[in-house]
Design a protein around this ligand. Structure first.
Ligand SMILES: Nc1ncnc2c1ncn2[C@@H]1O[C@H](COP(=O)(O)OP(=O)(O)OP(=O)(O)O)[C@@H](O)[C@H]1O
Ligand SMILES: [Mg+2]
Length: 381
């Protein structure tokens, strides 16, 4: 074996899990203000008072989920008065799914018998809470998915009014919204607006210095010294700043190191980083597509199928090509707008040929979009 090469059993990772996307980091800097606001809202619940409702807003990868997960961990260690429940609305995107998740998390039982209505489910939840004398603290994470599916008010209303039907019962609410395009006030029905007065907690994008701090900390924890030269970490940071999501940085570091390991080198080279950057172009699109609802994927798929170098379909042509079980017509214009906001498509208006038409250009590579959509469909089967 050549000198200075990695032997079979050697690895460059001190701890590879540190780069996993679901890893909850020990070190969580730059979010003290947001954490303090959350603690302030939750604190009354420890003494049996009502937890204040909060809404956490900020673009993807700004630490919203992590800050709530860390607070939930510390609540579980310190108090029995509050029972934290985390609901991922990307997965549980309907009224029924959310209340089922709350019921199973609270009671630690299996799902309710089939045929149980939402009303019965809410009654069962309320009775359990009454009996156990606890205050559930429900985090509706990625609640934008409930808004897209028109389920948000249906979930909020019973939770906010629970104490009127069952005196003495309170629910604390943390709502996380990662779509900056959502106008919260406009998404609320009047009956919800009158009882929902949350404190809004903003999570601004991280600065380059903050991204550097976060990634440096992970590198120290996850890699052996000198594996990733500082100037190459800087290249990665520059790349992350273009997209703004810390996750991309974690992925780039992990991939670069895996390339170095594969070549049995003891440190990462510029070439490894470049290869990781090329591979991550797909990842960025994959993460974007993973964040879409099934209806949004369907519209994107049809847009991609109808799109070619020579012609772009109109919104009308796409709507006509949708299957009968597709999204309702009232939702489609919202879907086009969201796909445009995410820069998956570009909507272009034209008055040519009489009548106003909207053309849908595909922003990303057509073949890649279709491949990732097909992969997602396969994973769902
Ligand atoms: N301040 C921080 N310190 C250390 N790691 C962080 C910090 N902020 C975010 N991260 C890491 O970045 C990744 C994304 O964070 P998180 O999931 O909390 O973002 P989010 O705001 O919930 O994003 P989304 O809106 O996409 O759900 C996670 O792997 C997390 O560990
Ligand atoms: Mg999140």
């Amino acid at each position: 074996m050549k000198p200075n090469l990695l032997s079979w059993e050697e690895t460059l990772f001190r701890d590879q899990d540190v780069f996993d996307l679901n890893y909850v980091p020990e070190q969580f800097d730059y979010r003290d203000d947001q954490t303090q606001s959350l603690v302030f809202a939750i604190r009354p619940g420890i003494k049996g008072g009502k937890i204040l409702d909060t809404v956490c807003r900020g673009p993807p990868g700004t630490g919203k989920t992590t800050s709530v997960k860390k607070i939930f961990d510390s609540l579980r260690e310190t108090t029995q008065a509050i029972l934290p429940i985390h609901v991922n609305c990307r997965i549980d995107a309907s009224e029924y799914a959310v209340f089922t998740r709350i019921y199973t998390s609270l009671t630690k039982r299996g799902p309710p018998p089939s045929g149980t209505s939402v009303k019965q489910l809410i009654d069962m939840i309320a009775r359990f809470v009454e009996q156990e004398q606890i205050q559930p603290l429900v985090c509706l994470d990625d609640a934008n998915y409930l808004i897209y599916e028109n389920q948000f008010n249906k979930v909020l209303y019973p939770l906010l009014r629970m104490h009127e039907v069952f005196p003495g019962i309170n629910f604390g609410l943390i709502i996380i919204i990662s779509d900056p395009g959502i106008d919260l006030q406009n998404s609320l029905e009047v009956r919800v607006q009158s009882t929902f007065h949350p404190e809004i907690i903003q999570y601004p994008p991280y600065s380059a210095r903050e991204i550097a701090g976060i990634l440096n900390e992970r590198v120290k924890q996850g890699l052996y010294p000198h594996v990733l030269p500082t100037e190459l970490l800087d290249v990665i940071i520059d790349h992350v700043m273009k997209h703004g999501d810390v996750r991309l940085g974690l992925d780039l570091i992990k991939r670069s190191v895996l390339y170095a390991e594969k070549a049995a080198r003891k440190s990462v080279t510029e070439d490894d980083v470049q290869k990781a950057v090329d591979a991550s172009r797909d990842l960025h699109l994959e993460m974007l597509i993973a964040s879409l609802s099934d209806d949004e994927c369907l519209v994107l798929k049809i847009a991609a199928e109808l799109f070619s170098e020579e012609t772009s379909p109109t919104t009308k042509e796409i709507m006509e090509a949708l299957p009968a079980k597709g999204p309702k017509l009232t939702r489609i214009s919202e879907i086009f707008k969201r796909l445009d906001r995410l820069r998956l498509i570009d909507l272009q208006y034209s008055n040519q040929g009489g009548g106003r038409r909207r053309f849908v250009h595909l922003h990303e590579d057509r073949a890649l979009v279709l491949t990732i959509l097909a992969r997602r469909e396969q994973a769902a089967d």
